[in-house]
Design a protein around this ligand. Structure first.
Ligand code: AHG
Ligand code: MN
Ligand code: MN
Length: 344
């Protein structure tokens, strides 16, 4: 009989412990940021619980509302938004929330008497059109300091370029639930162990391959892609043994899930300008910026095809941007086609 496999207990590290260890390395840290991350992870666990029960309780389908994006709001969009707002309000470290599901920024300090100094921008539930068909969805979050000159937090305080983020992360509610985040010092991933109800460090120091074999784009829109992009798509589909082309198409339609796969395996995700979405579809402040920070921290690249995503100076909370994100060499190659440079 073979001996039973015993996991090495010494290596079990909870998210909470990891955050505390990181905090202890920061001279002068007050613990406020650690508490904010803890609040985000608590909301993620609650949303995870709701998602796992979808289908058994009445949370499939739409609320009948159209959100600020002009998109149909799903019940789980509204529920996830409410859970994150509740956790951040209760935690007291956040002073302003910007959410895909709310037209205006939501100031917290005046409502709760708390004097939190962090701004959280989020997509509470990403890929919500996939909920009813049991396909992975996610949450994306982006964290900024409230600039000192702001007494009362308002939307202007949140309109900072992505390079000012002090933290960013996402949760993917997939075959397992993972929380991946960065504070500008590498990227770490934690998997939720449902039996103990804790996120455990499962993917320390994530780096993304410089080059992958996957491209992710909604090819149904090809007709309205600019010419350089259409040429790039033809190039990735062209047979070439040396560069291992054609690449594989993988497109779930949940940005977080497509991004997560490409981050771990290598690949490029693109959502360019299209006929229906002339400025691209993905939102700068709570979809593109946080995942751009993560990809850069993992050694990858994120641009709008011409400019670094993190350098874009925003002028609205729900601003959209074209996005090319993933393995460095692949994003650079796509950019060279957009510039119509000769193919190497
Ligand atoms: P959300 O569900 O937060 O509105 O985001 C949907 C986004 C993103 O998750 C996905 O990559 C993209 O929409 C898919 O768009 P298409 O269906 O146009 O491909
Ligand atoms: Mn989204
Ligand atoms: Mn969403």
């Amino acid at each position: 009989m073979t001996e039973a496999y015993m996991p090495d207990e010494r290596h079990i590290m909870t998210l909470e412990q990891f955050i505390i260890d990181q905090q202890e390395r920061e001279p002068g840290a007050t613990g406020a940021f650690s508490r904010l991350l803890r609040d985000v992870s608590i909301a993620a666990k609650i949303v995870n619980r709701d998602i796992r029960r979808a289908g058994l309780v009445d949370i499939f389908g739409t609320t009948g509302e159209i959100n600020v994006q002009g998109e149909t709001q799903q019940k789980l969009d509204a529920l996830a938004h409410a859970e994150f707002v509740r956790a951040l309000k209760r935690g007291g470290e956040c002073c302003l929330i910007g959410s895909e599901e709310h037209a205006e920024a939501i100031p917290l300090s005046t409502q709760t008497g708390a004097d939190g100094k962090y701004i959280v921008l989020m997509d509470p539930l990403d890929g919500s059109s996939n909920i009813d068909v049991n396909v992975s969805v996610g949450t994306i979050f982006s964290i900024y300091y409230l600039p000192e000159e702001y007494g009362e937090p308002d939307l202007d305080a949140a309109l900072q370029p992505g390079s000012e983020q002090i933290g960013a992360g996402y949760v993917v509610y997939g075959s397992s639930t993972m929380l991946v985040y960065t504070t500008g010092n590498g990227v770490n991933g934690f998997t939720l162990d449902p039996s103990v109800g804790e996120f455990l460090l499962s993917h320390p120091s994530i780096t993304t391959p410089k080059q992958g074999q996957v491209y992710s784009i909604n090819e149904g829109n090809t007709d309205s892609f600019e010419e350089g992009l259409q040429e790039y798509i033809r190039w990735v589909q062209h047979h070439d043994d040396e560069s291992k082309r054609p690449y594989k198409t993988r497109y779930i339609g949940s940005f977080v899930s497509d991004f997560h796969r490409n981050l771990l395996k290598g690949g490029i995700y693109m959502y360019p300008a299209t006929k229906n979405n002339k400025e691209g579809k993905l939102r700068l402040m709570y979809e593109s910026n946080p995942l751009a920070m993560i990809v850069e921290q993992a050694g990858g690249r994120a641009t709008d095809g011409h400019q670094r995503i993190l350098d874009i100076v925003p002028d609205k909370l729900h601003q959209r941007t074209p996005l090319f994100i993933g393995s460095e060499d692949m994003v650079k190659k796509a950019e060279s086609f957009l510039k119509k440079e000769p193919v190497a």
